[in-house]
Design a protein around this ligand. Structure first.
Ligand SMILES: [Zn+2]
Length: 450
């Protein structure tokens, strides 16, 4: 049984096409993409507006969503924000995290994302002891993603030290695996278990993938980093988000975080550097020369007063730019993508630093490369994952072609599809219902006041 969608207009082969007929097989994988079909076939669902490959959210910490709208009262810094974040992390259990993450992934779908790289470090019970049921937190995230219909690359994160040469603090205890061998053993056990439970059989049908992450240069000693160069999977790392991280790295290693990673052999095409805010010219050349991926999170970087990273220079040097929502101050694929260009304009005094087509590429194929997922294009063999944006709303009326990427918001996303199944329609999850009600359940499960 095949499923067909006829799109009024859609992003195909890097341009706007009209009358696009998408046909997916019974695994939800695209088997045909035809353009200039003037009349929708009767068996096809008609998709009005502009259809884009589903947005790829290449950097997420699902539980950080709970902090939204609750950390602005007293100003503060990245570091004081982190203290509040730890207080939420301390409340998480496998049971309530599944409830929280299900709501977040549903909101993410409504916001225009159909795939996520979940940078996950809350592995163990609050005192650091492993849960009796192996990989309990990781399974909770996988169940949350599959129940919402979100495609996930679970970036299993290594977090060994609280800072360079300092032990984990009490609130960080549950992130740690003790030693690099402890991490690698748990990671290979997780990869093995998930490859059995969630076998990768077809692009459309496979929703759970495993990758790895180095939390940051603060959290993994340089001597341990070469172990990540041996991994044949996406490797993500928070890189130079704050000047204090660079200063600590200079003091300990005499060079920048990027160069510490490069010396360890992990700067390669499978590396994604998240933020990459405070870089030297050498760092830009190193990341670009290795054709690494960069995950820019403009809304979070603005919210945490991180600064604006050199995205244009990184792209020109050879890096691939992708988009992430990180701590989810907003979950809006369009606004997040607009933030990339907005930051560039503010720091350069020039418009058009990234063309509308480049912005769409960052949100779609850029993220697909970062997470190594068979998504990001409306093309045969890829998963049938897409979002449809209204072209006749008060925000988008009159927008010309792909310039809608700079005018639409998540309020214009009227349909989100993964594996050829409609997951969210007009802001309501087709299986889970009202997403605000999912949050009501999540806040109750955390015993937090809403
Ligand atoms: Zn992050």
């Amino acid at each position: 049984m095949s499923t067909r969608f006829w799109c009024e207009s859609a992003w195909v082969d890097g341009q706007v096409a009209t009358g696009v007929l998408l046909t997916a097989d019974d695994t939800g994988t695209l088997i045909s993409v035809e353009t200039e079909i003037d009349t929708p076939p009767t068996i096809a669902e008609v998709v009005p507006g502009f259809t884009l490959p589903g947005g790829v959210n290449a950097h997420s910490h699902a539980f950080h969503r709970i902090l939204r709208g609750r950390t602005h009262g007293d100003g503060g810094t990245f570091w004081s924000w982190r203290e509040v974040m730890y207080s939420v992390a301390a409340k998480l259990s496998p049971e309530n995290y599944e409830t929280v993450a299900r709501a977040v992934f549903a909101e993410m779908l409504a916001g225009g994302y159909t795939s996520v790289g979940e940078f996950h470090y809350v592995h163990h019970a609050p005192d650091g002891t492993p849960y009796g049921s192996a990989h309990a937190m990781e399974r909770a995230l996988a169940r949350a993603a599959t129940s919402a219909g979100m495609r996930i690359r679970l970036l299993d994160t290594c977090y060994l030290t609280g800072g360079i040469d300092s032990d984990l603090s009490a609130e960080q205890a549950r992130f740690g695996d003790g030693t690099i061998d402890g991490y690698m053993d748990r990671h290979s056990s997780l990869s093995e278990a998930f490859s059995t439970e969630f076998p990768v059989e077809s692009a459309g049908e496979s929703f759970v993938y495993v990758g790895s992450a180095i939390h940051s240069i603060r959290a993994v000693p340089a001597a341990n980093l070469p172990r990540f160069a041996e991994l044949n999977e996406p490797v993500h790392v928070h890189l130079s988000e704050q000047p204090a991280e660079n200063e600590a790295c200079q003091a300990a290693y005499g060079t920048t975080p990027t160069q510490v990673l490069a010396r360890s052999g992990v700067v390669a095409t499978n590396l994604s550097a998240v933020h990459a805010t405070h870089l030297s010219e050498d760092d830009i050349a190193t990341l670009g020369g290795a054709e690494a991926n960069i995950v820019m999170c403009p809304c979070t970087e603005a919210d945490l007063a991180d600064g604006i990273g050199p995205a244009r220079e990184l792209a020109d040097a050879g890096a691939t730019i992708s988009i992430g929502s990180d701590q989810h101050v907003v979950l809006d694929a369009l606004r997040e993508t607009q933030g990339l260009e907005a930051g560039e304009r503010l720091r350069s005094g020039q418009r058009g630093r990234f063309s509308p087509a480049e912005l769409i590429t960052s949100l779609t194929t850029g993220g697909a490369r970062s997470l190594d997922l068979p998504v990001g294009e409306l093309a045969v063999g890829k998963a049938c994952d897409f979002i449809a944006v209204a072209t006749d709303s008060m925000r988008t009326f009159g927008s010309v072609g792909e310039q809608i990427i700079l005018s639409a918001t998540s309020a214009d996303v009227h349909m989100s599809v993964t594996g050829a199944q409609v997951r969210v329609r007009d802001g309501v999850h087709t299986e889970l219902g009202e997403i605000s009600e999912l949050y009501r359940a999540a806040f109750a499960a955390l015993e937090m006041e809403d």
